[in-house]
Design a protein around this ligand. Sequence first.
Ligand SMILES: [Zn+2]
Length: 312
Amino acid sequence: MPPTLDWMKHIWSIKTSPKLKDFLWKVANKAIPVSRNLERRGCPAFRCKKCGGEEDDLHTFLLCPLAKTVWDLAPLLERPEESLTSIDTLISLVNKSITLPPVGLYVPLWPWILWQLWKARNNLFFDNRSITGEEVLHKAIKDAKEWQDAQTEGVTTKQQTPNQSTRSATPLQLSGTICHVDAAWKQETKTCGIGGVFTGAYIPSPPIISYSRRFISSALIAEALAVRSAVMMAASSNIQSLTVLSDSQVLILLLKAKDSRPALHGIMSDIYHLSRLFKTLSFYFIPRLENREADHVAKLALLSATELPMGE
Ligand SMILES: [Zn+2]
C-alpha cells in the first residue's frame, strides 16, 4: 500500500471531538512523546512499559499486544493488518473502516480507540496503572457514544419546530430483515456513494452495503441504486421478508405505487422483478435523522471514491 497522507486533509472534517482532532494532529506530526519521537530530538531511548518492545507510534497504536487485543475485539468491518508500516497507513485504513451496526455508532470509533490506547499507555507509564484491551475498547465505545449523543441532543433541540411532515406518523413495528439505505451524491463529479445497513432476523454477510459509482446523473438515481442493492443482496442471501427504509420520500412513493420514471426505468424494473423472490417486500420512508448509519456509510463510500478533499 503506498503511503498516503490524504487523511490529513480530512483531519478537521472527521466527525469527532475537537480534543481528538488535536490529538490526531499531534500523532500525524510525530508530536506525541513516544520514545522514537523523542529520540529524534536527542533524548535517550526507552522501551514500551507494557511489553518491553521498541516504542514508536505504530507500536503504541497497532503492534503492542495491548493494541492488538483492542483491534481484534473492535466491532469494525475491517481490522488493520499488523504488516502496516506507518502510522499514516494505519490511520488511512481505519479511517475507511465501518463500525458494525449493533454498536449504534455513526461517528467513527477509531479516533476514540487511538485516544484510549494513548491514555492507557500514559497511565501505565506515569502511574503504573495497567488496564486490559477489553477495558480500553469499552471506554472508547462509551466515550464515542457520549460524544455522539451530545451532538444529536444539539441537533434535535434546534429542529424542534412545528414542522411534523418529516417525522414518522407512528413508530414502525418491523419484523424480518430490515435494510436502511442511503446515497450520497456529489453533483460536481456525478459520483455517488451507496450505503446500506442490515439489521433484524436474518442478516446477509457482510451486513453492510458500501460502494461508489461514477456517471450518476441525479441523487434520485443514486437512492434507487441503494434500494436495488439492498433487494439484490437480500435476494441472493435467500431472505424471505425484507423491509427497505429510505429517506427519499419521492422514491418511496414511486416504490409503493410500483411506479417508475424514465431515468430510473432499468433500476426500478430490476427491483420489481426481484420482488417476486420475497414472501414480503416493503418500502418505507424514514426521516433523515433516523437514517444516520446508512447516511454515514454512504458518505464514507463517496469519500473514499474521491481523491479530492470534500470541503468542510
Ligand atoms: Zn508494547
